[in-house]
Design a protein around this ligand. Sequence first.
Ligand code: NAP
Length: 337
Amino acid sequence: MHALLYAALVATIAARARAWLLPLQLKTTHTTACRAATPSPPERECKTALVTGASRGLGLAVATLLVQQDYHVILTARSEADGLKAASDLSAHCQGTGEITFRQLDVSSPDSIKHFATQCLPTLPSGSLTAVFNNAGVCLPGADIATLQYSLGVNFYGPLRVMEACLPFMDEEGVVVNVSSGDGELLWLNSDIAEALRQAQTVQDVRAAADDILQRAALDPGAELAFGATPAYSVSKALLNAAVRCRHGIPYAPDPAEGALNAGRASSRGGGSTAQRPAVIAVCPGDVRTLMASEEEAQREGVLSALEAAAHVVGLATWRERTAGGLFYRYGAVIPW
Ligand SMILES: NC(=O)c1ccc[n+]([C@@H]2O[C@H](COP(=O)([O-])OP(=O)(O)OC[C@H]3O[C@@H](n4cnc5c(N)ncnc54)[C@H](OP(=O)(O)O)[C@@H]3O)[C@@H](O)[C@H]2O)c1
């Protein structure tokens, strides 16, 4: 019953967003802060959400749905020109709904995150953040040391730093959504690396595992880290997933709901931490038709549009009572690490 209701809600959100976005490409202006065409009613509850890597693809689609749901969106991108264009395009279509503020943020740069944290977070429009979408990501072929360092910088260390900067500014019911990937499931990893991540109990342990992996790749450039064409990507997302689990103190278990139960933190919906807030989760958006997907992948059956995938991702943050912290989700359901 829950699954049917969930599927219907997601389909409705994505369809409404598609209709609403039809003229999106028509207008561009350049402003740093954009206000919806119709001012917000004064009695409306103001919620603020942060989205990283929102210049295009899934991040822009997530920002779109949030604006449509009356959020004040802090839309961030590493390129100021691309981010401003995305924000102003979106702003031009915000009839009577949320607001958008653009901020430059390169998640691979600790200085950029520090600057964002000191300049933007203390002046949030609603005083706190309700949702953070750690969406920015890169998927590069290979696993040479430079590719590995860069991939971990954007996909693992970056989201961790953004999360640490944002958590003190989050409201009690807040949710941090880390956009991960099924490519980061442990079954794709070299068995030693997978085992180290299973054993990790704290975020510090996961950071140590990341340092070990980088050291191993530097010493032995031929070392196999993961199966498939994008091993650095798989490793970076697996580290992110492990950090999410450890952040909520959930021990590894083949069945993630069982791991949560063992930790004595189960929710009534089969695992995960509902007690510890803000909830920090990982989500695989499924296969999505964006620049990240190859042409062949984009043609595959079952590939989602960015808006369809964003409806699943946003749903986890906005239907908070369904979402338990410390778990990995796809299409609203918990999936294995
Ligand atoms: N597409 C899929 O099938 C798929 C499947 C599973 C998971 N995902 C995940 O979904 C997320 C979004 O990917 P997407 O499909 O929308 O791909 P995309 O179209 O390539 O978008 C990636 C976004 O991340 C931004 N970005 C990259 N490095 C950044 C940095 N250092 N700082 C800030 N922003 C940065 C990019 O900005 P620039 O324009 O500046 O590069 C771009 O806006 C990623 O985390 C990805 O791993 C995607």
